[in-house]
Design a protein. Structure first.
Length: 130
């Protein structure tokens, strides 16, 4: 299999696909921040992922079904594109579920008491501020 313009198009499509899934999860986190004001942030993120998990898995599953049909019956011309898309669907779904939320916690994001949303990094992590 060769790496050509179709493979690059597939990779760019997957980046957008993964970003969309991540935005869906983070949007649910934002909604739940307003709904559950006293819930710890780790539990709230876990709840948000659980609420969007079925949507993410169903979307990825139906996309994979179409891509598998293209990969099997599409011929050699579209083989590179569909293989890159299939690989990217797995990686994008994994990153949206298992990587995005821990990165959110790793950068030290806290609640913002004035708006009910995420307030940025905690004061302990910002150099030069008291």
């Amino acid at each position: 299999m060769e790496f050509n313009l179709q493979s690059i198009a597939a990779l760019l499509t997957i980046v957008g696909y993964s970003m969309n899934d991540t935005v869906i999860v983070f949007d649910r986190v934002r909604e739940n921040l307003r709904k559950y004001k006293k819930m710890p942030l780790t539990e709230l993120i876990d709840l948000s992922i659980n609420q969007t998990l079925s949507r993410t898995v169903m979307t990825s599953g139906t996309t994979l079904l179409a891509l598998l049909a293209l990969f099997i019956f599409g011929g050699e011309v579209i083989c590179g594109f569909t293989f890159a898309m299939i690989f990217g669907i797995f990686i994008g779904t994994y990153s949206s579920i298992f990587i995005a939320a821990p990165v959110l916690l790793a950068v030290g994001v806290t609640r913002d008491a004035t708006t009910g949303g995420l307030g940025g990094v905690s004061k302990e992590k910002v150099p030069g501020k008291a």
